[in-house]
Design a protein around this ligand. Sequence first.
Ligand SMILES: Cc1cc2nc3c(=O)[nH]c(=O)nc-3n(C[C@H](O)[C@H](O)[C@H](O)COP(=O)(O)OP(=O)(O)OC[C@H]3O[C@@H](n4cnc5c(N)ncnc54)[C@H](O)[C@@H]3O)c2cc1C
Length: 404
Amino acid sequence: MTSKTCQTDILIAGGGIAGLTLAALLGNAGINVHIIDKFPPQPFKKTKPSGRTIALMQNSLNIIKATGAWDKCEEYSAAIQTMCIMDNDLNVEFEAYEIGQEQFGVNVPNAILRAALYEQVQSIPAVTAHMPGALEDYKTQNNHVTATLEDGTQITARLLVGADGRNSLVRKIAGIKHREMKYKQAAITCVINHSHSHDNVSTEFHFPAGPLALVPLPGNQSSIVWVETPERAQELLALKESEFAETLQETTDGLLGGITLETKPESWPLGSIHAKTLIAPRTALIAEAAHVMSPITAQGLNLSLRDVAALAETIADTLRLGLDPGSETTLKKYEGRRRIDINTRIFGVDAMNRIVSNNVPALKSLRRGGFKTLERIHPLKKFAMRAGLAPQIDESRLANGKPL
Ligand SMILES: Cc1cc2nc3c(=O)[nH]c(=O)nc-3n(C[C@H](O)[C@H](O)[C@H](O)COP(=O)(O)OP(=O)(O)OC[C@H]3O[C@@H](n4cnc5c(N)ncnc54)[C@H](O)[C@@H]3O)c2cc1C
């Protein structure tokens, strides 16, 4: 086997949605990037919409648009204009127009978004994709890292970005400690067809085991995220497709009329991961390599894209000044921008998960009391909607629709 050696400014380990977005943003700015991933997506033309979708808030959509990959995804996405929470007899609606927006964001299939980003990355001259390619090890020297791939390829870079997901090898090799919690919950996902229109309303039912969300897709389709105990999730997955559809229709009170399944239901174990730090010498972590959370409130990738934007801006600004993108100063700047947003979201989503997925009377009345208060006090409701959509902690250019 003949092994290759390459040199670059930035090496990204992991070509999920977060890693590919970072590669495209940096590559579009003419910054040399190499990206590696074990499992590249199918070509866009062959990609079918997946059963798992992403609700992208407006700021995240701005970041994705800056990659140049969004045009391809648009026809597969639907706007979310209203968010509705159903908690027994309590029904609270949040409308985007109440905060002067046309929509809260969009819902798009994961597979479509990832395939579009991969195709975009392949068209950018400054980006080299080693896909399929697997990171095996890396060593840090004074002013660079040298990464070794499974096929023997060696890549020297000024900065290594760990975008390699929840079991991040980069996090492990860098010696970054993390806290992990496994929830006694699983999320069932699939896409359904329904006879009634969703009217671009995303509806979340609250049940003791966890929420059940119906999120709009184009036409009369919606995606489902149904949080249950792992045992109940297994029972539901064992049902015939028609029985599953019937159970879903009953559980959601026939809100969307008759239901058939467009994709086979799948189940995902839920938990949280929180890395103690985002940085190590010549190394930065982004997205699920640094933080994983429950899908309730659809915050995971939205938080990750804010990491991506902050790191892209920090790297681009540093290189424009002729400075080192992997220096301690640069890395501290990145960590400083992201720490509070990440800590507060992880804490907030974990607390929300406990309050929402609970039948303990005190927590139940706290939750229902909270929603009632939001309903009554309009400025508070507006504040909650804005805080959920666009945190003011880290004002990024890309998130606000400005260029890198
Ligand atoms: C049921 C469910 C619903 C969700 N819904 C939403 C939502 O509506 N909105 C939202 O914002 N978030 C949502 N999330 C969260 C979101 O799906 C994830 O945050 C996101 O998909 C993770 O992307 P990532 O790029 O960080 O990681 P990944 O997609 O895991 O990508 C990591 C990549 O690294 C590669 N890799 C790993 N190790 C190596 C190695 N050694 N060498 C090379 N490559 C490697 C892998 O092949 C993989 O492609 C949801 C999550 C779940 C479970």
